[in-house]
Design a protein. Structure first.
Length: 258
């Protein structure tokens, strides 16, 4: 697999938050592996739960700019999993939320391996929910999460689309119909829905399997009434899906496998 930088390590000190859940029927493919869009929903759920449990100021005023997943192996239907999250780094108006998913050994009641099934890093930007303009992180928030972040600074710069304009024409295109249920409480396309495009690609390219690294970068919001067209670019060491709405790039998805 192309050299991909590893995620920020597990913190030696500071706040972490863990929940246990079971992989359910609506979370898996026909062959029973956990889907990436279901993982994205897990990430949203634990982010909300952690923010409320930790009494963070403004727990809902955040939007995702980028999410990365390092998949070593996929949990399966009815697996019990531990989902644990912490702060992996900060910027002026954003923070990285690291999350680790580990399969639990139901017989022993402990984690079955020392290797996480899935590691993730999501770049969340703090915004004013009325204007959606970025807001600086508060001192209170930095105090609560700073120890786990261990002083790590992160950039909000997007990188998947770098040099894409000079690359080859798309090798395939498909449309992704959007439903009323795909939109969330703030009226935007839910983060998890973007990962369905990658699942469609994986379903048509079954040789592309774990271990894998996938990234979704959001360039602009997708509103009700939109029609998404997905252009597939096969580059030398990566696959990039361009999600296009009204002739504009709404998001880019990158896949790297062996």
């Amino acid at each position: 697999m192309q050299q991909v930088p590893p995620p920020a390590p597990y913190p030696t000190a500071g706040r972490t938050y863990r929940v246990q859940r079971r992989v359910r029927l609506g979370d898996v493919t026909p062959k029973g592996r956990l889907r990436l869009d279901a993982v994205a929903r897990y990430l949203q759920d634990i982010a909300t739960d952690d923010s409320i449990d930790g009494a963070y100021d403004d727990p809902h005023g955040w939007v995702v700019r980028r999410t990365e997943m390092w998949v070593d192996h996929f949990p399966k239907y009815l697996d019990d999993i531990n989902v644990e999250t912490w702060c992996g780094g900060v910027g002026s108006h954003w923070a990285e939320r690291r999350t680790r998913i580990t399969v639990v050994n139901s017989d022993a009641g402990s984690e079955s391996t020392t290797t996480a099934a899935i590691e993730t890093a999501a770049l969340w930007v703090r915004v004013d929910l009325t204007t959606l303009k970025p807001l600086a992180l508060t001192d209170d928030f930095r105090t609560r999460i700073g120890e786990a972040a261990a002083g790590r600074k992160i950039s909000a710069r997007l990188h998947v689309g770098r040099n894409l304009a000079d690359g080859p024409a798309p090798v395939a295109q498909f449309t992704q119909p959007l439903r009323f249920s795909d939109f969330d409480a703030v009226g935007h396309l839910n983060n998890a829905v973007y990962w369905e495009s990658l699942e469609e690609y994986l379903g048509a390219n079954r040789e592309r399997r774990a271990p894998l690294h996938a990234t979704v970068e959001h360039h602009r919001s997708v509103e009700p009434g939109a029609s998404l067209r997905i252009a597939v670019h096969e580059l030398q060491s990566r696959t990039v899906l361009r999600l296009v709405d009204d002739q504009e790039t709404a998001a880019l998805i990158q896949l790297v496998t062996d």
